[in-house]
Structures are given as structure tokens and as C-alpha cells.
Design a protein around this ligand. Sequence first.
Ligand SMILES: Nc1ncnc2c1ncn2[C@@H]1O[C@H](COP(=O)(O)OP(=O)(O)OP(=O)(O)O)[C@@H](O)[C@H]1O
Ligand SMILES: [Mg+2]
Length: 244
Amino acid sequence: MMRDEGRPPEADDGWGAESCEPRATTVAAVAHDLNNVLSVMSACIEILDARSQICPEEISDLRLATAHAAELTAWLARAAQGTMTEPCGADLSGAVRARAGLLRRVLAGRGELHLDLDPRSGPVSLDEHALARLLMNLVLNARDALADSGRVEVRTRGPSVRSTRPGLAALTVHDTGHGMDRTTLKRAFEPRFTTKRSGSGLGLCSVRDLVTAAGGEVSAESHPGAGTTITCWLPAPAKGAVGR
Ligand SMILES: Nc1ncnc2c1ncn2[C@@H]1O[C@H](COP(=O)(O)OP(=O)(O)OP(=O)(O)O)[C@@H](O)[C@H]1O
Ligand SMILES: [Mg+2]
């Protein structure tokens, strides 16, 4: 019988033997423990908020980011248990507006954030946390593409019969960064494709997965030296879906 000498048969590192996916039980356990860590962070945020008058905006963004992280761990746990439900019903422009402060911090002085939000963007077939994941991934990529200055614009548009995708709302992130050549653009949404030294190549692929699972589609335009525009086209929530 052949055996990999480098790895004792009893070793269990939490990864499936034949797959590059971690075991569901490992994911659930890590999600659970991450939630414990987040509980400590939340408690500290509330103490800071109660005891000091400084940085109220930062504390509020920290609370929002921690709540988002807690929702992501709950999501991981549901995925590991195979009990995912289709999230839906968030107001598109409202979700962007609520995260403007966080997005500005993500840019961290590298570029200016501009918002162009359609007040009639309406609800879409994703929840707030999924929209936050889209925004984070797209704005982080935009930040990485900017040299030391530049502009990132987050735009929303409600469904319009005149749009190239009638009936779908649009969430667009445009940057004035270094852009992509044709080969990079073609591969950008592939899982684990990255041109960054410390990238995982999972950002755009999870954006595409979230949007297609919601019944939408993603379009991307980019040219070397001329920036990048990525649009998530999202349908309205199914009838009866509750807004969150
Ligand atoms: N706004 C952008 N401008 C220029 N290139 C981009 C932009 N967004 C994505 N890319 C290219 O697409 C690749 C894949 O992006 P993706 O978000 O999937 O992974 P990543 O950013 O490399 O890593 P991670 O998101 O896991 O940190 C990037 O490495 C980069 O080459
Ligand atoms: Mg990325």
C-alpha cells in the first residue's frame, strides 16, 4: 500500500483528504470561535462608547464592522450546516450610504470616495450584509489599483427600461486606477486568480457568486492606465421577500 511519508495517516489538519475545501465541521467550529472573539470585541466597543466621548464616528463604524463580521460568521456556520437561505430585500442606495464611512476608511487616504446614489434604486434581491461584501471586495480592489491618489466612485441606479439590462438595478464601482489588460480582465473572476503578492484571488469570484445566486449578473470594463468599472446588476426581490 502506498502512503505519503510526509503526512502520518492519523494527522487531521481540518482539510478534506481529496479536496482543497476545508471540512464543514472545521468551518463551523472556526465560525463559532470567531463569534466568541467578536463578542469580546463588541463588549469592548460598548464600554468605549459608554465611557468616552471621543471618536463617536469611528466607534459607530467599528460597531457596524463588528456586526458585519458576526453576520459573516453566522453565514459561514449556515453554509457549513447546509442551511443557507436566499438573502434578499435590502435597499441598495441605503446600504451603500450606511457604509460610506467604512468605505472611506478602507481607502485610507489613497483615494477619494464619491457617491452617486439613486434615491429610487429600490430594494434588491440581496440583504445588507451581502451588499456590504460586494462593496468591500470592489472598493478594496479599487484601492489596490490606485497609486497614491485617485478617485473611486460608487454609483447606484434603479431598474430602467432604457438600461442595457432592463429591469435590473445597478451597483457600480468605478476607479481611476491602473486598470487591467485583456488577459487579466478575462481571468479576474476565476477563483484564486490574483496578480497581488498577498492576494487570495477570491474577491471577484465571491462577488460574481453572490450576484448570480441572487439572479443577477456582473459586467466589467477595464483598460490599462484607464481605470476599471465593475457593475453588479441585481433584480428586485421576489414577491413577499422581507426587507432587512
Ligand atoms: N479594480 C481593479 N483594478 C485593477 N485590477 C483589478 C481590479 N479588481 C480586480 N483586479 C484584478 O483581478 C484580480 C482578482 O481580483 P480578486 O479580488 O478576485 O483577488 P485579489 O484582489 O487579487 O485578492 P483578494 O481579493 O483575495 O485579496 C486582482 O489580483 C487584479 O489583478
Ligand atoms: Mg480583491
